[in-house]
Design a binder for this molecule. Structure first.
Ligand code: CDP
Length: 224
């Protein structure tokens, strides 16, 4: 059976995961958050005392890492060697570590294999940085979501405060700038819009407005 694949890429805080979750529920598709996989690798490295910037050190422990996803009440849960780490991977330290390990080609090859497998059997909305350009180049719909850096940092800051994470707006913004640069400038599968992606800037849009726009874009591309 041919499955339908929707790729949603963009920088941190553009609203990819929030919007993808809602839209996938509406369409009855599986939502796959690929960032969680890079975060799980970073968490493993941090716990082991491995330098997340060192490609050799991280590559050496890759075989010790088994990543799986499952769903609980429609929400993706991520398992690192059998342990549910879905909450632990959301800290600022893991965010930066994820961006560092994501530069390492061996890490990407391992995770991309899992991502492609997951998209083979079910209709999916997959969000990340390189889904439309590298992971699923034949995706039926490709969307590149973006917003200004200030707006993205503000959204992420509010999200972290709600979760009780202790941080300042300036810290969140500078982490985001670090990751944007790291993600866009890496050699292998960098963050960029695919040539055939629809670019959507959500600056100044409410969540409802963004969801409506993305749903319309998907339906139009799917000829519905
Ligand atoms: O949620 P947020 O946008 O902050 O980040 P994320 O999607 O959870 O991704 C965390 C990090 O993983 C990003 O900063 C990227 O460096 C990396 N990543 C990637 O390189 N490729 C992907 N397909 C997904 C995430």
């Amino acid at each position: 059976m041919k499955t339908i694949k929707i790729a949603i890429d963009g920088p941190a805080g553009a609203g990819k995961s929030t919007i993808s979750k809602i839209v996938s529920k509406k369409l009855n598709y599986i939502y796959i958050d690929t960032g969680a996989m890079y975060r799980a690798v970073a968490l493993y490295a941090i716990r082991k005392g491995v330098n997340t910037k060192n490609a050799d050190e991280v590559s050496d422990v890759l075989d010790e890492i088994d990543i799986n996803i499952d769903y609980k009440n429609d929400a993706q849960q991520i398992f690192l060697n059998g342990e549910n780490v879905s909450d632990m991977i959301r800290t600022p330290e893991v965010s930066v570590g994820a961006s560092d390990v994501a530069v390492i080609t061996n890490v990407r090859l391992k995770l991309v294999e899992l991502q492609r497998k997951l998209a083979e059997t079910k209709n999916v909305i997959m969000d990340g940085r390189d889904i439309g350009t590298y992971v699923l180049p034949n995706a039926d719909v490709k969307i590149f979501l973006t917003a200004t850096c200030d707006e993205r940092a503000r959204r992420r800051y509010e999200e972290l405060l709600q979760k009780g994470v202790n941080c300042t707006f300036d810290e969140v913004k500078s982490d985001m700038q670090y990751r944007d640069k790291n993600d866009s400038e890496r050699e292998f599968a960098p963050l960029k819009a695919a040539d055939d992606a629809v670019v959507v800037d959500t600056t100044g849009f409410s969540q409802d407005e963004s969801v409506k726009l993305i749903t319309e874009t998907i339906n139009k591309r799917l000829g519905k």
